[in-house]
Structure formats: structure tokens, C-alpha cells
Design a binder for this molecule. Sequence first.
Ligand code: TXA
Ligand code: MG
Length: 326
Amino acid sequence: MRISLEDAVARLRNGEVVAIPTETVYGLAADATNDVALQKIFTTKQRPADHPLIVHISDISHVTDWAASFPEIAVKLAKAFWPGALTLVLPAKSHVSKVVRGGEPTIALRVPNHPVALALLKLSGLSVAAPSANLFTQLSPTTVAHVEAGLGMAIPVLDGGACQVGIESSIVSVSADGQWQLLRPGMISEADILKVVGSKQQIKVESEDEKTIQAQTPKAPGQHALHYSPRTPLMLFNNRANLIQESETLMQAGKTCAALIIGEGNQPNCQVVQLTSQPNEVAEQLYGALHGLDALQVDCILAELPPNAPAWVAVLDRLSRAGYKG
Ligand code: TXA
Ligand code: MG
């Protein structure tokens, strides 16, 4: 159900959830100070309660409403990239609800770079928690139609057109002593961040838990720890020739398939979505392409992975989590 800006403000003030546009993906928003409203995000998304949410604020002056410290390098990052596709994870003030921070001692903050989202934040005077407006583990939405397909037509949505960045924000945590770490790659790259902060990121220490999870992750459909996934099994290929070969094998076995390919070259003999070879354009179109391929209801989607190069890190991350290696 598409609603006006004024209606969205009224609903948020009333403790309801509203899907809102941002430049990255659509978010499912609720008043970040209202625990009852926040719970509706978790139930609507069917998301586990220990997953923390990102709080969207209208400008940098609101950081200190939420964060107990705002270290110099975090200030530099905020000034360089906000409004924009960067989320900062900072030590939380003790009064910040455990619901919004999923029990973590930190809080994730971002000023979105979308005129409709900014108008909503300014007009309401609220800060809104907003995870991507999709069911837990499924594909993120970059249009109103994607939101409605995933969460149903009854969900109130503020229409802001198609998202221009297309994949979720880069997440950087900054500790009180100024150590930083890239927690989720996005279109603001590690190199972009390094240029601003000047110091290297803290080496990521792999926890025993993460090692166990990786060792137990089988390369098979249905068993993988999937995220950002279409409903159709998604098989990933580093090499176009192998993708084409697999499409032929599947079709010979009487199965249907469709393919996502990146850049020019040979194509498989099935329905194909061909993206360009520009990382920014592929990021913008990625989820839309996957939503479209998913809607075909084929037996399998075959997707080509981009090169393992710095400009492609974020797209590679999302595709790798969405499928399994063919
Ligand atoms: O671009 C985006 O970031 C979009 C738009 C709507 O702003 N939002 C988004 O939210 O992607 P979500 O909930 O789908 O992903 C948020 C990520 C999760 O992986 C969560 O674990 C992480 O942010 N996160 C949030 N708070 C955190 C915290 N305190 N510490 C570590 N990670 C945190
Ligand atoms: Mg998400």
C-alpha cells in the first residue's frame, strides 16, 4: 500500500512500521526509541531478535544521541561520506534500548542519501531503525514492487523510485580507542575508507565460532548459510564456459534454468540477464536482476561471479552469500 510522506510520519509516530526508500535498498522503518515498534520489524521480517538494527539519523549532530563516544576517525568518516552508503558502528550510550542493538554494546548509525528518507527524518524529527525491507535471508528490495512481492501488498510503503546504489551500505566499526574494522563491504570501498582515516584497519581475528561455521558449510544447495538469496537455487560460476556447460547439462536432464552474466561474450541457450562490466552499474541492478530471474520460477539460476578485484568486493560478497559454487 503506497502512502504519502505525511502518512508515513503519522504512522511512525504512532509506533507502526513503514517501508522507506534509501539510496542503497528499501528499509523497513520504525521509531528507534520505541521498543514495541521495533519488535514489529523483527516479526514482520521473521528476523531473529539478536540481529542488531541500523539507526537512520537526519544528520551528524544526532550521533551523540546514540553513541557514547565519537572517535576522531569516525568523525572523519561521517564528514566524508554522509549522507551516504556508510554505516558506523560505535560504542552505544547505556540508555539505548537493547532491542535496537540486538543486545550488542554498540550501535549502528547512518545518514541515508535519499531525498525522501531525509525528508521523512526531518519532518518526523525521529531517528528510525531500518533493516532491509525483505524477509530474513531473502533478497533485498530496490523497488516498491520488490518490497510488496516480499512482504505483501498490505505493507505501507513510501515510494522513492529505484535505489541508485543498489546494495547495502558498507559497515565500519570504530572502537573508543579509534581502531576500525570493515564489517560488511559496500560500494564505499576499503580503499575509499583508508584514504580518509589514514591508518590500516585492525586485523580481523577469526573467532573459533566463525572457523567452525566455515568448516561446516557444505557446498550444496539448501545447506549453505545463505543470505540475500532468491527462492530459486542459485549456482555461482567463476568462469563463463563452465556456466554454459552447466546450462546444457541441466537442459539435457529436462530441467529449466536462467542465467545472470556480467559483461559481453558467449551466452547460454536459456533466458539471460546480461549486466554491464561496470561495478557501480552491476551493484545498482544486481537485486533487480535476481528478483526478475527468481520470478521466472526455473529450476535453477546460474550466475557468473565478477572478477576477484577490489572494485568488485561488495558485489562478490552479496552474490557469494546468495548462492553456492557450481
Ligand atoms: O544499506 C543499508 O545498510 C540498509 C538500508 C536500509 O539502510 N540496511 C541494512 O540493514 O542493510 P540490515 O539490517 O539488513 O543489515 C544490517 C547489518 C546486519 O548485518 C547487522 O548485523 C549489522 O548491520 N549491525 C547492525 N548493528 C550492529 C552492531 N551494533 N554491531 C555489528 N553489526 C551491526
Ligand atoms: Mg538485510
